[in-house]
Design a protein around this ligand. Structure first.
Ligand code: GMT
Length: 379
């Protein structure tokens, strides 16, 4: 198949998942065309079956906001017709599902029909998408997609409750590539980060409010009182300055390391003992799955799709959003009991194996085949 993929090319989970999907499909012999405004961060090496089309923007003094949607639609029309794309798969509804619909209509006028699949990732539904000003457009665009997938059962239910949806939504969980995310020996990292054998707690995110990174620091503060430990904060984003201020206030700057955006996150996970995800919203929690694949148990909130990934009392512990006391107590309980910690580490790996790329990727391939066979020109 010739597959067009549209996504955000950044470190965000939707872009990561879309890129890994494209790479996996290319490995299986499909021709994959990424159409994005920048080279996706996880698209780092040459692959004979992968093509990248950059969406440029128009620089004209009239535009205070450059019309990205128009630029993307134009690029889609061009790439789909010239590369003979069979199916277009867009990740994150806003604005991709809407732009894909526009491109589809333009191509239809030219006598070419390309089915569009939209994958819902989370905040496109639970946060931005349900904003009253966006909702009618999001709902329309989802209903005009030929196929719709959601990355968790929870996100599917959220979508059905927030919008009036007439299209079937298929749940295809996020996946993990164990060729990359596996426990490797990085003892030299461990020595550098925790020279006296301290436990290592880790958090990865885009440091947006919804991730509640301040809770991570509050949990660490409580853990540190009981257990010699270090905290790694991987990623960057709008809350970074506030978080640095909080570290100074509680006097733990030398125990907390801000590592910024890291490509080889799996190498840092390999030296971690516990992953912390206290998010206020999380449709799936790909970062938690990445940690679990590297045998790191997860202390998380119980929101959204997280319980589909992190199993309470087996692969980690789940608490209500904001309950930092309980999250800290659970973290301490696990870190103090070495045999329990080891058991949770192996449970985390076993649970992550249910989301291997080998088992999930064929679900996308079968879904593409199904949509190609059944899609009707739904105007
Ligand atoms: O979590 C973010 O802020 C990034 C966001 C994105 O769209 O890139 O992540 C969402 O998609 C990921 C991949 O499907 C999910 O694992 C995340 O749970 C989801 N984030 C939220 O729902 C907040």
């Amino acid at each position: 198949m010739k597959i067009g993929i549209v996504c955000y090319p950044t470190f965000g989970g939707s872009g990561v998942l879309a890129t890994e999907l494209g790479k996996g499909l290319a490995d299986k012999g499909h021709q994959v065309h990424f159409i994005t405004y920048r080279q996706p961060v996880r698209l780092t090496s040459f692959h004979a079956n992968i093509f990248y089309h950059e969406v440029g923007n128009i620089d004209y003094p009239l535009f205070e906001f450059a019309p990205y949607d128009t630029a993307l639609a134009s690029k889609l029309v061009d790439v789909i017709s010239h590369e003979q794309i069979d199916i277009l798969h867009v990740h994150y509804a806003i604005p991709h599902a809407t732009v894909a619909y526009l491109a589809k209509k333009i191509l239809l006028q030219q006598g070419r029909y390309v089915p569009v699949i939209t994958t819902l990732h989370g905040t496109d539904i639970t946060l931005v998408g349900s904003d009253k000003s966006f909702a009618p457009v999001v709902e329309f665009s989802i209903n005009k997609s030929d196929g719709v997938t959601a990355v968790s059962e929870s996100l599917k239910q959220d979508t059905l409750s927030k919008f009036n949806i007439s299209t079937d939504i298929k749940v295809i969980h996020n996946f993990i590539d164990f060729a990359r995310f596996k426990k490797v020996n990085k003892d030299h990292f461990k020595k550098a980060i925790a020279p006296d054998g301290e436990k290592i707690l880790t958090h990865t995110s885009n440091f947006r409010k919804v991730k509640r990174v301040e809770d991570v620091i509050q949990i660490f503060k409580r853990v540190y009182k009981k257990i010699p430990s270090k905290l790694l904060l991987i990623g960057d984003g709008p809350e970074r300055a506030n978080l640095e201020r909080l570290c100074r206030e509680i006097g733990l700057c030398s125990e907390i390391r801000f590592l910024g955006k890291q490509d080889a996150v799996e190498e840092l996970l390999a030296v971690s003992d516990l992953f912390i995800m206290p998010s206020a919203k999380e449709s799936f929690g790909l970062a938690a799955l990445e940690a679990m694949a590297v045998e790191v148990p997860v202390i998380s909130s119980n929101i959204g799709g997280i319980p589909e990934v992190n199993i309470h009392g087996e692969t980690g512990f789940l608490s209500d959003v904001g309950n930092v006391d309980e999250m800290s107590a659970n973290a301490i309980k696990l870190l103090e009991n070495e045999s329990m910690l080891q058991q949770f580490k192996s449970n985390a790996l076993a649970q992550a194996q249910n989301f291997s790329i080998e088992s999930i990727l064929p679900e996308y391939e079968n879904y593409y085949e199904h949509i190609l066979k059944t899609a009707v020109h739904n105007g």
